[in-house]
Design a protein around this ligand. Structure first.
Ligand code: ASP
Length: 306
C-alpha cells in the first residue's frame, strides 16, 4: 500500500518580492529535511504518527518557522508554545498550550497522549508533566531569536495587532497516511507575535487546528487562530470528507470560505484515508511540501507555484 506525507511551515504574506534568495533557499531546504525525516519513517513501514512527529520536530528546531526555536514572542518577549498530535487509528489525541521549557512541544503533546490520562495540558502543569515524563528541557531563551525580537519591537512600536503587522503565520504541521492506511496529524506553534493574557490559538485545540480520523482524514492548519477556532476548521473538514464524501480540496475550500466570511485568513493541509492529499490557502503563499511512496516530492512557497 502507498503512503503520503504532507507538511506546512505556515501561510501568510509569503511572496517572492518579500523573500530574500537566502530565506527562500533556507525554507525550501528545511522543508526538504522535514520530508526526509518523516518520509524515512514511512518508507521503513513506520506509522503515520511517528512520521508526522519526526517531520514537525525538524521544523520546530529550525528558526525560520514559528514553532520551537524561532517562535513568535509574547508581548513580554518570552516564548509560550502550543502543540497537538492526533492518531486517526483510535482518535487518540494529545495537546499542550503555553509551555515554556520543552524543546519539542510536539513530543510533549505525544507524551500527554501516551503517558497521561488526559488530552490537553496547559501552562505550569504542562511544564511539570514535561519534566516528569523526561522530555528534553531548555531555557526559555533558547527559543528566542533576534529576528523574533525585532518583529515584536516593531509590533509594539506601532501599537499594532499581530494580524495587522506581518500576516505571516509560521506555524508548522504535518499530516500523513501510512502504508497500513492509518492517518495522523501534528501541529506546533509559538502563536502570534505580541500575544497577551495567556492567549492560545487554534493549533493545539483538537478539532480546530489539528485533527485525524481514520474514517475520514488528517488535518493541520495555519492562520489567524481566532477565526479557525470559531469555525472548528479541522473537524469541519473531516466531517465533510467523512459524511459528505467530498474530496479533501473541496472540503477545505468550503470550510476556508467560512473563515474568510468571518474575516480570517490562513491555510490547511489534508490527507485522506485513501491517500488523497490537498493543500489550500487564502493567503498569498504557504510554505508547503509533499512526498509520496512513488518517490514524488514537491516543495512550494508562493501562491503561483500551484
Ligand atoms: N494558528 C496559529 C495561532 O493562531 C498561528 C499560525 O498559524 O502561525 O496561534
Amino acid at each position: 500500500m502507498s503512503w503520503t506525507l504532507m507538511i506546512h511551515g505556515g501561510a501568510g504574506r509569503i511572496e517572492r518580492a518579500r523573500t530574500s534568495p537566502e530565506a527562500d533557499a533556507a525554507v525550501r531546504a528545511a522543508l526538504g529535511v522535514a520530508l526526509d525525516a518523516g518520509g524515512a519513517v514511512l518508507a521503513d513501514g513506520g506509522g503515520a504518527l511517528d512520521a508526522v512527529e519526526a517531520a514537525v520536530r525538524v521544523l520546530e528546531d529550525d528558526p525560520h518557522f514559528n514553532a520551537g526555536r524561532g517562535a513568535a514572542l509574547t508581548a513580554s518577549g518570552t516564548a509560550e508554545l502550543d502543540a497537538a498530535v492526533m492518531d486517526g487509528r483510535a482518535k487518540a489525541a494529545g495537546a499542550v498550550a503555553r509551555v515554556s521549557f520543552t524543546r519539542s512541544p510536539v513530543a510533549l503533546a505525544r507524551a500527554v497522549m501516551e503517558r497521561s490520562p488526559h488530552v490537553f495540558l496547559a501552562g505550569i502543569g504542562a511544564d511539570a508533566f514535561s519534566r516528569e515524563s523526561g522530555c528534553a528541557q531548555v531555557d526559555n531563551g533558547w527559543f528566542v531569536t533576534d529576528e523574533r525580537r525585532a518583529n515584536l519591537a516593531e509590533l509594539l512600536a506601532r501599537g499594532a495587532d499581530a494580524y495587522d503587522v506581518d500576516m505571516k503565520y509560521g506555524t508548522v504541521g504535518a499530516v500523513a497516511r501510512d502504508a497500513d492506511g492509518h492517518v495522523a496529524a501534528a501541529t506546533s506553534t509559538g502563536g502570534v507575535t505580541g500575544k497577551r493574557w495567556g492567549r492560545v490559538g487554534d493549533s493545539p485545540v483538537i478539532g480546530a487546528g489539528t485533527w485525524a480520523d481514520d474514517r475520514g482524514c488528517a488535518v493541520s492548519c495555519t492562520g489567524a487562530g481566532e477565526f479557525f477556532l470559531r469555525v472548528g476548521v479541522a473537524h469541519a473538514i473531516d466531517a465533510r470528507v467523512r459524511l459528505l464524501g467530498e474530496a479533501p480540496a473541496v472540503a477545505i475550500d468550503a470550510v476556508l470560505a467560512e473563515v474568510t466570511e468571518l474575516g480570517g485568513t490562513g491555510g490547511v493541509i489534508v490527507v485522506g484515508r485513501d491517500g488523497e492529499a490537498a493543500w489550500r490557502f487564502t493567503t498569498p503563499g504557504m510554505n508547503r511540501a509533499i512526498r509520496t511512496s512513488d518517490g514524488a516530492t514537491r516543495v512550494a512557497l508562493y501562491g503561483d507555484e500551484g
